[in-house]
Design a protein around this ligand. Structure first.
Ligand code: UDP
Length: 341
């Protein structure tokens, strides 16, 4: 019998690629997603429930009617800047609702949980590359949300029958255009789609700050292909199944590129110049973020296969060329109906 995985936020960027990989491996997938980014849904293999994870009736129904083997929890607000403006909404959405999900899964005897955490829990790094022993000093409410959930998971795992893996993502990037999967946020705030759209539409790409403590003055980030992130979720599930333990891992390519280097690479891939202009710094951005991913490589045997920057940009460019933006208008949450594929 195929095992069923519940993916919250499975219609989102990382959730959808993980869902694809789980399906390839023969898992059955149920997705709960409230479509905050107005994205299209391109996963005929999954059962989709359009709902908020805070909807207790839906959760009860899903857990009662399905034998859920594990939960992969991607559903969250992700925009760091927004989290500063709307901490209440962020704590409610990213912490309270996660707590409720955990409490409900435990009532139904589900005990395997994989959590989308973030390198934002480390704050402004004191040393590079960042390993898991780096101090926790999140700057934004978003980073604090992720850390709160990590603390909840630690405490719950000590006391209750819960096994979890937290994956602390660095910068997710790239796409799987062959399966109509890629980055679709509305509004888009991430560097790669914005750069590629600037090239495609002859728009200006805004460089946020050129006075950072880096060689060329622009921020350095660690870009990791979304399929390598998806693969880490599969290994995390195996870890829980086989070792019956909990753990937290960084997930990055261990290579850093500045914004200016990214522009150069994108121009090479697209064979076209980009119009770019220096703007003020974006609040909350730190100079350099590069992962030390030794722990996940050693313990889970994770090996990034797709995280070469050229490959990341090529896959993202194919996706951008294939897709027509802006995205479709989606119904308001009030009107969303439960829908099964
Ligand atoms: N960035 C930029 N212009 C943009 C979007 C992003 O210069 O239009 C920079 C941003 O300041 C950061 C890097 O690109 O240094 C990565 O930002 P992104 O929002 O993609 O990811 P984050 O690191 O915030 O998770």
């Amino acid at each position: 019998m195929y095992k069923t995985i519940l993916i919250t936020g499975g219609a989102g960027y990382i959730g959808s690629h993980t869902s694809y990989l789980l399906n390839q491996l023969g898992y059955k997938i149920i997705i709960i997603d409230k479509f905050v980014h107005n994205q299209n849904f391109n996963q005929p293999w999954a059962k989709l429930i359009k709902a908020d994870i805070a909807d207790q009736n839906i959760l009860n129904q899903v857990f009662a009617e399905n034998k859920i083997h594990a939960i992969m929890h991607f559903a969250a607000f992700i925009e760091v800047g927004e989290s500063v403006k709307k901490p209440k909404e962020f704590y409610e959405n990213n912490v309270s609702k996660t707590l409720n999900l955990l409490n409900t899964m435990l009532i139904f005897g589900i005990n395997k949980f994989i959590f989308s955490s973030s390198c934002a829990i480390y704050g402004n790094p004191t040393n590079i590359p960042i390993d898991e022993n780096h101090q926790f000093a999140p700057i934004s409410p978003y980073g604090k949300n992720k850390l709160c959930v990590e603390f909840i998971l630690q405490d719950y795992a000590k006391t209750y029958d819960l096994k979890y893996v937290s994956l602390r993502y660095f910068n997710a990037a790239g796409a799987l255009p062959k399966y109509n999967l890629g980055e679709q946020h509305d509004p888009e705030t991430h560097i790669i789609p914005l750069m590629l759209r600037a090239i495609k539409n002859n728009d200006v790409f805004k460089i946020f700050g050129s006075d950072y403590k880096t060689n060329d003055g622009t921020c350095i980030r660690d870009y990791i292909h979304v399929l390598d992130i998806a693969q880490a979720h599969i290994l995390a599930l195996k870890y829980i199944e086989e070792r019956n333990q909990s753990n937290s891992f960084n997930l990055g390519s261990e290579k850093g590129y500045s914004v200016k280097e990214m522009i150069q690479e994108a121009e090479n891939i697209c064979n076209k110049k980009m119009n770019s202009k220096i703007y003020d710094r974006r609040p909350g951005d730190v100079d350099v973020l590069i992962a030390d991913s030794t722990k996940i490589k050693t313990i889970l045997g994770w090996k990034p296969k797709y995280s070469d920057l050229k490959f990341i940009l090529k896959s993202a460019w194919k996706w951008e060329c294939k897709n027509i933006f802006p995205m479709k208008k989606s119904a308001s949450l009030k009107n969303l109906k439960t829908m099964y594929n």
